[in-house]
Design a protein around this ligand. Structure first.
Ligand code: MTE
Ligand code: MO
Length: 323
């Protein structure tokens, strides 16, 4: 399991009883050879719906490695400690400023090297595949992490639908860039629109999630409403928010972060405790919500703990060179 070798949990992380029971049933199900056990997603979310936004019902994930057996970061921390530079560079800026983002109507254009390009409106995307809840770690390159119950489905479901051609080697993700809605665009801190990209096989990996919600509700604007990417084995910036375009291309695209500082942010950006950022170590991380006097730093795991699922994608690659 991906958690082997992880830091011994702190007292504050002792599993709530409902989650413990849920986990036991899950393991019994796994032992019986069942792929899934039908349980309400709320049992997994380690707490009730916050009741702030519209509900987004989901089933428990079928994807191996999707469930992290750690205490979820509180909804309050997940939604008030954000990176979303289109709304400012302070962690508190997006929660304060992202109210101006209009998430309806919304459409995602899928184009480039695909046989079936098209424009998908958000309503059709919400119905494209069954919603699953997946608890993933999110590890920022800055050295902090969270555990978040996301709601969405594997990006692969959309990719199969549009039928990539043999020339499709990379997938680019483009965030909305509208000065009227996004005050941060007046600063040249990044090249707008924010773009990210994955290799096609990374994008097709079942762990790669197109997320529409968290904590059983639609995404708050500051977390990338109405639709964002979550790539759990890579540093957080690979997970683009508020996506309006998905483009299939032959050549490796440069990303906004590479354009800003290519020595610091490589294309791959796999979470890797052995490859430090040029200005700081990546060996440990601070879990948001564990900021007390006695909070220990956590050891960062190779591929953020998802190595059993994703290491084969990088077999034979020098991950110091392709950082
Ligand atoms: N469009 C856009 N997407 C973005 C960012 C951003 O500034 N703009 N920040 C990235 C970074 S650095 C991180 S760590 C995650 C943070 O996601 P969260 O705020 O939902 O925790 O979003 C990523 N996606
Ligand atoms: Mo980040």
């Amino acid at each position: 399991m991906q958690d082997r070798g992880f830091n011994h949990p702190l007292g504050s992380e002792i599993t709530p009883i409902g989650v413990y029971l849920d986990r036991r049933r899950w393991m019994q199900g796994a032992a019986a050879g069942a792929a899934t056990v039908a349980l309400p997603a709320a049992a997994v979310a380690q707490g009730a719906r916050p009741g702030k936004l519209a509900a987004l019902p989901s089933a428990r994930s079928n994807v191996a490695g999707a469930v992290v057996m750690e205490k979820a970061t509180s909804y309050n921390d997940v939604t008030t400690y954000n990176n979303y530079y289109e709304f400012g560079t302070d962690k508190s800026d997006p929660a304060r400023a992202a109210g101006s983002l209009k998430t309806r109507p919304w459409a995602v254009a899928v184009e480039g090297e695909v046989r079936k390009p098209g424009v998908f409106d958000i309503e059709s995307l919400l119905k494209l595949s069954p919603m699953e809840e997946r608890i993933y770690r999110l590890r920022c390159v800055e050295g902090w992490s969270m555990v978040i119950p996301w709601v969405g489905w594997s990006l692969a479901d959309l990719i199969k639908r549009v039928e990539p051609t043999g020339n499709a080697k990379f997938v680019q993700f483009v965030t909305l860039a509208d000065r009227a809605q996004m005050p941060g665009l007046s600063s040249p801190v990044l090249n707008w629109p924010y773009t990210e990209a994955l290799r096609l096989d990374e994008a097709m990996h079942p762990l790669t999630l197109l997320a529409f919600g968290l904590y059983g509700e639609v995404l708050p604007n500051q977390n990338g409403a109405p639709v964002r990417l979550v790539v759990p084995w890579k540093y957080g910036f690979k997970s683009g928010k508020s996506i309006v375009k998905i483009r299939f291309v032959e050549k490796q695209p440069t990303t906004s972060w590479e354009q800003a500082a290519s020595e610091e942010y490589g294309f791959y950006s796999n979470v890797n405790p052995q490859v430090d950022h040029p200005r700081w170590s990546q060996a440990t991380e601070r879990r948001i919500g564990e900021d007390g006097l006695f909070a220990k730093k956590r050891r960062t795991l190779m591929f953020n703990g998802y190595g059993a699922q994703v290491a084969p994608l990088y077999a034979g690659m020098d991950l110091k060179r392709f950082f």
